[in-house]
Design a protein around this ligand. Structure first.
Ligand code: DC
Length: 225
């Protein structure tokens, strides 16, 4: 049973998806990490996201694959494990900018569908319930207020000893949400059959338990029908 989790940046998708995957035995697929790996590629080439022609001309040279090691997703870009390079603001913003380009999306969506064809997945992203896995048995739209998401990110950075301006983080989050929701190619939006969960005032365990409960319900229904 495939589970799709979509939502804006910082809503807690990856933390929750990992827990749900470990409890259901599904493989966790973080699609944002694939867009981030593409971003690493274009940054290293010095290609700007606005230069669609250059992006398209070089797209075939970016070979992104994933494998799983001890439950962790490892992203391989042209033979190199790039996990350590994915989580910067620069890479996140570049990923959001290149993800508006149709040919970039097509390449990654094909890879994501292939993964879900061979194994049960918990896949998180922006277009999983709407485009990548429209037949997923359970679709979640996980959201939280921009201020709450900024505060979570601020604390995450502080825990790593990184100083940041919380207002700037919130402004970046709002800009990223706008770009992800308003692009013409597969924008971030709630699938009509998705269950909306606002995690603003819920703990991680509460959100995970809610999703696991829904998964159980769907499984029972599937077995009965
Ligand atoms: O979830 P994330 O922050 O790692 O994603 C980085 C960017 O990649 C996000 O701003 C938009 C893009 N993305 C996308 O367009 N579609 C997906 N399925 C996942 C991510």
């Amino acid at each position: 049973m495939n589970i799709a989790i979509d939502g804006p940046a910082g809503a807690g998708k990856s933390t929750i998806a990992k827990i749900v995957a470990s409890k259901t035995g599904n493989i966790y697929v973080d699609t944002g990490a694939m867009y981030r790996a593409m971003a690493v590629f274009f940054i290293s080439k010095g290609i700007d996201a606005d230069d669609t022609e250059a992006v398209e001309a070089n797209l075939n040279d970016a070979n992104v694959t994933i494998r799983h090691e001890g439950g962790e997703q490892v992203v391989i870009l042209n033979g190199e494990n790039v996990n350590g390079k994915l989580r910067t603001e620069e890479v996140g913003n570049m990923a959001s900018r290149i993800s508006v380009i149709a040919s970039v999306r097509r390449k990654l969506v094909d890879l994501q569908r292939d993964l879900a064809r061979t194994t049960d997945v918990v896949m998180d992203g922006r277009d999983i319930g709407t485009v990548v896995l429209p037949d997923a048995k359970l679709k979640i739209f996980l959201t939280a207020g921009a201020d709450v998401r900024a505060e979570r990110r601020f604390k995450e950075l502080a825990a790593k000893g990184i100083e940041a301006d919380i207002k700037q983080i919130e402004a970046d989050i709002i800009e990223r949400d706008n770009r992800d929701m308003n692009r013409s190619e597969s924008p971030l939006k709630q699938a009509p059959d998705a269950v909306v969960i606002d995690s603003s005032y819920m703990t991680i365990d509460e959100v995970a338990d809610k999703i696991l409960g829904l998964a159980e319900e769907r499984r029972e229904k599937q077995n009965a029908g």
